[in-house]
Design a protein. Sequence first.
Length: 99
Amino acid sequence: FSEALSVKIPSFHVGLITFGILYNPISEITGILMNFISRKFEYQADDFAKFHYDKNELISALKKLSKKSLSNLTPHKASVFVHYSHPTLLNRVKNLMTN
């Protein structure tokens, strides 16, 4: 790797910089995958709560949390896909109101 960066003598510092350069795109891809999985688990948790507790209470609690944290109610779908580890409030409420 050090030759690719035009460094004649390999060193720890060059290796660390190279690792950072190579790790960044891999980290982005794994982050998107982990966010997708996390959102699926959130829907499963909401479904569990819906069937074992009052869904209206959960909706009320989610609205309070969203209001206190000043959440964006209508983020762009691409932004949700890449950056959000939890479903948006509107999507969670829609999921809770079904069935």
